[in-house]
Design a protein around this ligand. Sequence first.
Ligand code: HEM
Length: 491
Amino acid sequence: MSSASSPVVFEDVQGLVRFAHAQLTRALYLLVRVKDAQLARQWCAGAPVTSAEKTQPPPENALQLAFTAPGLKALGLSDSILAGFSEEFLSGMAGNANRSRRLGDIGASDPAAWTWGRGTQLPHMAAMLFSRDDLEGWRRTVETATWNSAFETIARLSTTDLGGVEPFGFTDGVSQPEIDWMRERSDVNEQAEYAKVLALGEFLLGYPNEYGQYTDRPLVDPAADPANELLPAEDQPALRDFARNGTYLVLRQLEQDVRGFWAFLDRSAQSDPAVREELGAALVGRRRDGRPLLDATGLNDFTYEGDPDGNLCPLGAHIRRANPRTADFPVRPTGLLGRLAMRLGIPTPGFRRDLVAPSRLHRILRRGREYGEPLSSENALQSAPPEEGPRGLHFVCLNANIRRQFEFVQDAWLMSTKFNGLTGEGDPLLGNRLSIAGGPPSDGYSIARAGRPARKLEGLPQFVTVRGGSYFFMPGIRALRYLARGGRDRS
Ligand code: HEM
């Protein structure tokens, strides 16, 4: 049994939590449904899942496994264990119309039109394969003789290596939270500065999160784990923790209209290439090479405190919505009196910064991969060849609380038409441009410019359409073996 403050055991954590597998540039996500539970469990028991342990040399291939709630049930996990998972995971990404509306999955992105993610096309398991040179060979290794009898494949999500750039042409994966793996941070509840290091419990279940608390999760009576497969729950050592070292994985297939994106910017720029670039950067909040629009020493060493009116980076830019960066307090307290006021909860002026909710509690670890043929902005402005294939992002993010992390970022920040005091706008990249609750269409975009009149772009088309999506649980490796043994709390 580990002590309450012991660092995490990397051999039990799936590798994707710690590594983006960047050197494994080829990837394929197989979305499957269980055909034969017994054979599926047998396959899971022997699956060559990659852990978060560092190896020298690094692996040439990797496999990560994640399961939806119906998938865990199909594999035989008992209802009482399943009931310990969060409501949003159990209900699923497309589980009710209210959730879909909040996530912006309406109109062209309505789950009714998804190619996978609901009804008989709801996956049970995602097998995520990564390879340095031989993805096809790795697929054959993973798809053992048992595989075809155990599973039915409903989608094969292929990916393309665009060299760290997403399909619109901007460097992706620049800003990521860092995990306090060694649990060295002691000041969790007093932190007043924006910081990228976050509590382990924000990304792994079974550990304290940014509130200093353990996220609710399924705990198991030891009698139901006679083989001693599961680790004890840190906060309730008499029980075993099915979720320990696991995390929730959000997968969304986001199709990007690269031609539409550049055509709109070209029109708005009256075909001036320099203005086109400037407008593109204003939508994202970074230039194509990843440099932020604010003065910053490094790519990530900034907050928006010095730019309250969005003169440098527009208030609704994608990166400003996705992570407003403001620390957990309306005004950053300085000196002894300031800290005292903060501890006593005495409010201090700071209206603008109070408009955005605390970013420390709403971070996600992005692990997505692009798909489709590359298309430069120049070629995007030429006419399309017949039969052009789709392109976009297989958006993946990891978090310990889907509601407070992914869903909050998606609905309270990205999709909100009132974010940061704005009106009639959604996220410039992701917005569905529809009117929300009888309001105006959300197809505008304001660009403030110091000393010059603000520029307002009107009639933004929808650039991103959701084609599928599901909430998965990516278990720790011991919990995966427990699941493979039958995962029941009554023998
Ligand atoms: C096709 C869809 C998307 C595209 C093209 C896109 C593009 C980008 C780009 C270019 C950046 C800046 C570089 C970086 O920091 O990585 C970025 C940052 C980010 N995006 Fe997206 N994104 C998409 C979808 C999403 C979604 C669905 C979410 C969350 C629900 C999201 C959350 C974030 C976050 C959290 C950041 C980092 C912000 C920061 O910490 O400064 N993105 N995205």
